[in-house]
Design a protein around this ligand. Structure first.
Ligand code: B12
Length: 527
């Protein structure tokens, strides 16, 4: 056993060692059965592809590949944009031609209704295939997918669960002993014991080769907001120690960290393999502890990685020394959940921060000269115009670089859901949620402000940014070169985007550049 594994095992607690041993022997046992398997093809489906890869799917893919399953990822595009229907037809054909034994869906709440429809299509076209669902919506509401026709759900982190489940289905092993799954049984849902969390350093890297990761890296403006860099995506931890009422990260989750060396090893690997210039660190909270953030900065410089990065932090955990180190190490943009300028609302969402902490943190960020991405939420049921005025005042005082605004959205399994749905039932006069898509298209679920007005409030707060993130893209000559080339080569895609933005969706952000971004998104997503 090489030194590195010895070192790693030594770093584990007794409990973690037990989990690693159990998981390793389990995976090894499945590998031995491999050659005798009859069902070997698994299709992993991303129902609505975004500008960033779904690493969750690629982590699962890595374990399936490691166990010699034949794995293919199929990424469908958002069909609310008619041109994507043609594109998806090609993906469906590729899926049928692959003749999968298993189909695995990655489901978040905003793609739940899409997955429902896809399961019906698969049930009619490929009745023998076994359908397995995983992902954040499954963590919150596994029965939603089982009642929609899925055979099994893997609940929570599924790297080991998926290997054990497929092995059991291949060799008709009893499945009620497999931790972390749910399935229908005698008319009800049966959920097995919770799968223990794996130490993050033990987990294989995402199987980036299952998607065209080069195209994600080269997407550039879906990377760090306001920047046009070849951008990689990476996790340094999972979960979050906090309990905001609107967030689903912590349902069946727990905050765990990768070692900094393990994280930097993957960064170095992505830089070498994909010529990554910058990273979006996707953690819900990356800058949590000063000592770990400082270790990260010191080692990045020591390893001479020379990259930029974007990460998340909290206003109640900030030291000037660490922020200075983060800037020197390549921090380009720091995302912070400000959420509201009203202490009443901060308490209502259980944010655990104060207005004083917000102001203190931003005085440090602005002193050090770190660009900031200040998340704001509008539309909380208790929010009044006076609360929104407080938010305006605070934003004017703290001067964030960018102010991305989202609408208070009741997420399944979160405290916010119980309130909003009862409120929604009153609004909608009944409890038929068929049209409900858990996307921001339905803020009425939690506030009595009409959508159009809420969007105007959102735009007005967003205009309190000290910079326009679209405009900063023009500081990159490569972006200007790309835009000019795009306009010359793809005039019809731009006209299509104009028609869809002004003719069909009538969305509120009418700036020419947002239309251009749409057009580029349409075009660049088709890979
Ligand atoms: C990257 C990301 C995106 C990307 C890609 C999203 C995607 N997954 O499709 C983009 C930028 C497109 C995106 C957009 C949005 N996102 Co987002 N996003 C994330 C983020 C930061 C990381 C996801 C990830 O890779 N996690 C890491 C892996 C390890 O965790 P995981 O995904 O849960 O995967 C594990 C298990 O769930 C399971 N699993 C997952 N998939 C599968 C599939 C199979 C077959 C199996 C067996 C198992 C399995 O195994 C995995 C490994 O253990 C998460 C936050 C987070 N911490 O997860 C938010 C998150 C998923 N996003 C969220 C939201 C709300 C959105 C938006 C609606 C935001 C908005 N208002 O517009 C949009 C919707 C876009 C859409 N496609 O409809 C919420 C979802 C909440 C919910 N209940 O669904 C999250 C959880 C943020 C939060 N804290 O609330 N997002």
């Amino acid at each position: 056993m090489n030194n590195e594994i010895k070192q790693f095992k030594k770093s584990l607690s007794g409990h973690e060692q037990k989990i690693v041993e159990e998981s390793t022997s389990l995976v090894e046992a499945c590998k031995k059965h491999g050659p005798r398997r009859t069902k070997n093809n698994i299709a992993l489906i991303q129902p609505r592809k975004g500008g960033r890869p779904s690493l969750g799917l690629l982590y699962v893919g890595a374990y399936l590949q490691d166990n010699q399953y034949t794995v293919r990822v199929f990424e469908f595009l958002d069909e609310t944009y008619p041109p994507n229907v043609r594109y998806n037809r090609r993906i469906w054909k590729a899926l049928y031609d692959f003749k999968p034994d298993f189909i695995g869906f990655s489901v978040i709440s905003s793609t739940f209704t899409i997955v429902q429809r896809m399961i019906q299509v698969i049930r009619s076209k490929m009745p023998e295939v076994i359908i397995i669902c995983g992902g954040k919506h499954v963590v919150c509401k596994p029965d939603d997918l089982l009642r929609s026709g899925a055979d099994y759900c893997t609940v929570g982190e599924s790297e080991i669960t998926i290997v054990e489940l497929l092995d059991a289905l291949n060799f008709n092993v009893r499945i009620d002993t497999i931790k972390g799954i749910a399935y229908r049984n005698n008319g009800g849902m049966h959920m097995t014991d919770t799968r223990p969390f794996l130490p993050l350093d033990y987990i294989l890297r995402p199987a980036f080769d299952l998607v065209d990761y080069e195209r994600y890296v080269d997407f550039r403006f879906q990377g760090i907001p306001g920047h046009y860099l070849r951008t990689g995506f990476i996790f340094g931890s999972r979960g979050c120690p906090y309990q905001c009422t609107f967030c689903t990260t912590n349902i069946r989750g727990a905050y765990r960290e990768r070692s900094i060396d393990n994280l930097l090893d993957e960064m170095e690997w992505q830089i070498k393999e994909y010529k990554v210039e910058a990273f979006v660190i996707l953690d819900d909270i990356f800058y949590f502890r000063d000592e770990r953030a400082e270790e990260f900065c010191i080692k990045i410089v020591k390893r001479n990685l020379n990259i930029n990065f974007f990460c998340h932090a909290r206003v109640d955990r900030v030291s000037k020394k660490t922020v200075e180190l983060l800037k020197q190490a390549g921090l380009l943009l720091l995302a912070v959940g400000v959420e509201s300028g009203s202490q009443k609302i901060l308490n209502a969402i259980n944010k655990g921060t104060t207005i004083e902490q917000i102001e203190h943190a931003f005085s440090i960020y602005n002193d050090v000269g770190v660009e900031t991405f200040a998340f704001i939420i509008v539309g909380h049921p208790d929010e009044t115009e006076e609360d929104r005025n407080l938010t305006r005042e605070v934003l004017k005082r703290i001067k964030p670089t960018y102010v991305p605004v989202s609408y208070y959205m009741p997420m399944p399994g979160t405290p916010s859901e119980n309130f909003s749905l009862s409120h929604a039932a009153y609004l909608l006069g009944g409890d038929d949620f068929k049209g409900f898509t858990y996307t921001t298209d339905y803020p009425e679920m939690s506030t009595s402000i009409p959508l159009e007005e809420l969007k105007k409030i959102g735009d007005e707060l967003e205009s309190l940014s000290t910079k326009n993130r679209n405009a900063t893209l023009f500081t990159y000559p490569r972006f200007i070169y790309f835009i000019v080339l795009f306009v010359v080569c793809h005039p019809f895609i731009i006209l299509e985007a104009l028609y869809l933005r002004y003719g069909v969706h009538k969305t509120h952000q009418m700036s020419l550049l947002s239309v251009m971004k749409d057009a580029i998104q349409f075009y660049k997503q088709k890979f």
